[in-house]
Write a protein that binds this ligand. Structure first.
Ligand SMILES: Nc1ncnc2c1ncn2[C@@H]1O[C@H](COP(=O)(O)OP(=O)(O)OP(=O)(O)O)[C@@H](O)[C@H]1O
Ligand SMILES: [Mg+2]
Length: 216
């Protein structure tokens, strides 16, 4: 059985991750049919649907309060469970498109004790367990992200991280994280996610297809 591939979407709240990730899932399914690949393509998102992930979600919606340092670690614990599940999918020849991964941890969970590099180190075990074939960072302006967030009522992180000041920090951190990870040799690329959906999708597919065809 040929191993599947893991494509990750990252970006600030409202950058378009979920909508573009789901669209790519459909496109990969079509590509699999056309090329006669067996198996399926599945959409995953973090926080994962395990018990730890449920606790994290409850804290994002304000139902429970988590210590920020503890939250940073909980994300890692939940991610390990998630990686086990993704690994099963990939080993079965399925493709996985994942909405948020450890870059989100690095962008959202910094504290006075945990800076970007510290959270990168916390995720060392995750990087040892799985390596995405491609990480796409969807880059939009602060204003566009805010505009798009208003259109979408289903967002998980609506309450905890909604303040403009937090969003500004997150966006700046993402750009810093991408530069840092590229220096570390991680396969992450920035997609200009401004402009019409069709154009953004085309830019995304331009990066995904070579990975599917093993010519990246
Ligand atoms: N290129 C685009 N142009 C205009 N609107 C877009 C574009 N891409 C996505 N959107 C819309 O923006 C809104 C937010 O997108 P989406 O939910 O995919 O963002 P997200 O990054 O997943 O956000 P969150 O981090 O909050 O989950 C949705 O209503 C989506 O349809
Ligand atoms: Mg989303």
């Amino acid at each position: 059985m040929e191993r599947g591939k893991l494509i990750v979407f990252e970006g600030a709240d409202g950058s378009g991750k979920s909508s573009h990730a789901k669209r790519v899932v459909e496109r990969i399914k079509n590509w699999m049919k056309e090329t006669g690949k067996p198996g399926d393509c599945v959409y995953h998102r973090e926080p994962f649907e395990d018990l730890v992930g449920a606790t994290i979600r409850a804290s994002l919606s304000g139902q429970v309060r988590l210590d920020p340092d503890a939250a940073a670690y909980l994300h890692v614990a939940s991610r390990i469970e998630h990686i086990r599940e993704m690994e099963r999918q990939l080993a079965a020849g399925n493709y996985v498109v994942c909405d948020r991964f450890y870059l989100s941890n690095m962008a959202y969970n910094q504290t006075e004790h945990l800076d970007m590099k510290a959270i990168y180190e916390l995720n060392k075990i995750c990087r040892q367990l799985i390596e995405p074939d491609l990480i796409l960072y969807l880059d939009v302006t602060l204003e566009e992200a805010k505009f798009r967030r208003k259109k979408d009522g289903s967002r998980v992180q609506a309450e905890l991280y909604d303040a403009d000041e937090v969003q500004r920090k997150v966006l700046n951190r993402y750009r810093e994280i991408v530069a840092f990870l590229q220096e570390q040799g991680v396969r992450v690329s920035t997609v200009d996610a401004m402009g019409p959906r069709e154009e953004v999708h085309a830019r995304i597919w331009e990066q995904v297809l070579p990975v599917l065809e093993d010519r990246s």
